[in-house]
Design a protein around this ligand. Structure first.
Ligand code: COS
Length: 388
């Protein structure tokens, strides 16, 4: 553990107050305006949220995976767009460099990512390449001491705000699969890099995604993450193993919040002369939701501890991400149902959280991709056991 018990409970307490006093009260405004007020972003910086996981030597808090998920359980209680603001710096937009970067790349970027002065984005998905991430079509052609990048990256979270992109591009056109892919740290402002228009999304207003377009974008060879070609897909997978646990923790936080909302509504609202909470059909909703959120929490903590102990947790991360994101979808749906007509009206948060939660089953690998990862690993184990 990087933190002693007192410091850890203080951190969690501070985050909980920030969520209750600053973030949840601002949800309606952010949902309407599609903008997180700069004062809230400044508070996030001051609290160190952008640097939760960056190593301490680079100015971050250096949280372990277990400490990170405990923090995200709390932060996840607010509408997910708030977490999205700093989460790429905590996770996918920073970890490629933290895990596989050269000492020079770490020294150059991690301090500014940790402070939140620089926003990091993870550019893997393309118009024709979603779940089949090994088929990246964006190319990076070596030219003297440079690489020249061409291609389009799609649905890139935080791209409109980002100053640094971790870009997966094919350096070896002869290798059609994962082995031909390399990762690059590309700075905003590099000639040939441009952004598309922010997408209009189903939910999570306040979090922004757009295309990142590379047209003969020339970067120095020192931008190659880790300095070795052909490692980019593996870097992306390592980043996603950690990212999926983070997302699962966010789902647990949101589940807890929605259960609080659902039950609070049901004890206050009366029908047939009794509070809704007295009706057994609704009590089943509450009990199922609580059990699912608790199961998801236990999975996330177990997987986080295993990762901290140095174990490979690809399967556990996929299990946790799949279970927690599917669970929060069911819980958000039940919340709409408990709210009845009010559940369909924008003024109440139920419909917003239902739309917001939907993304968790898609990004950082759909539920179906998590199933493939889990099933493939089980089959590999079985073949090894049986000597096949
Ligand atoms: N950590 C390290 N290395 C990994 C890894 C991991 N978690 N997962 C796979 N690898 C390695 C494999 O060991 C293999 O290496 P070798 O060639 O040296 O044996 C290589 O990467 C290719 O692996 P694999 O053959 O399993 O790759 P596939 O092309 O079959 O792809 C899936 C696997 C489908 C799991 C991958 O493409 C994926 O995760 N897709 C979803 C992408 C995603 O989440 N997108 C969301 C957008 S990002 S927000």
């Amino acid at each position: 553990m990087a933190l002693d018990a007192d410091t850890q409970s203080q951190l969690l307490e501070t985050i909980r107050s920030f969520v209750d006093e600053r973030l949840i009260p601002a949800e309606a405004e952010v949902a309407e305006t599609d903008v997180i007020p700069e004062s809230i972003v400044a508070d996030m910086r001051a609290l160190g949220l952008f640097g939760l996981t960056a190593p301490e030597e680079f100015g971050g808090l250096g949280l372990t995976m277990e400490e990170e998920v405990l923090a995200i359980f709390e932060l996840g209680r607010a509408a997910p767009a708030f977490r999205s603001m700093f989460a790429t710096n905590v996770g996918i937009g920073m970890q490629g460099i933290a895990i596989d970067g050269t000492p020079e790349q770490k020294a150059k970027y991690l301090p500014r990512l940790a402070s939140g002065d620089l926003i990091g984005s993870f550019a893997l998905t393309e118009p024709e390449v979603g779940s089949d991430a090994g088929s990246v079509r964006t190319t990076a052609r070596r030219d003297g001491d440079d690489y020249v990048i061409n291609g389009t990256k799609r649905f890139i979270t935080n791209a409109p705000h980002a100053g640094l992109f971790t870009v997966m591009a094919r350096t070896d056109p002869a290798q059609k699969g994962a082995a031909g892919v390399s990762a690059f740290a590309v700075e905003r402002g590099t000639p040939g890099l441009s952004l598309g228009k922010p997408e209009k999304k189903m939910g999570q207003q306040g979090a922004h995604v757009c295309d990142v377009i590379f047209e003969d974008c020339r970067v120095p060879a020192t931008a190659l993450i880790g300095g070795v070609e052909g490692q980019g897909f593996k870097t992306a997978m390592k980043v996603l193993d950690k990212g999926r646990l983070h997302i699962a923790a966010a789902c647990v936080g949101l589940s807890d919040r929605i259960i609080e909302d659902m039950v609070a509504y049901a004890v206050g609202r009366r029908q047939f002369g009794r509070p809704l909470a007295d009706f057994q059909l609704l009590q089943a909703f509450f009990a199922d939701s609580k059990a699912e959120a608790y199961a998801a929490r236990c999975m996330v903590i177990d997987a986080a501890r295993k990762r901290d102990a140095g174990q490979n947790v690809s399967v556990e991360a996929s299990c946790a991400k799949m279970f927690a994101s599917e669970a929060v979808g069911r819980i958000a749906d039940r919340n709409v149902q408990v709210h009845g007509g009010m559940g369909y009206i924008r003024e109440y948060r139920a419909e917003q959280l239902f739309r917001d939660a939907r993304l968790f089953r898609i990004y950082e690998g759909t539920t179906q991709i998590q199933q493939i990862i889990i099933a493939k690993a089980l089959a590999t184990d079985a073949r090894e056991r049986l000597g096949m």
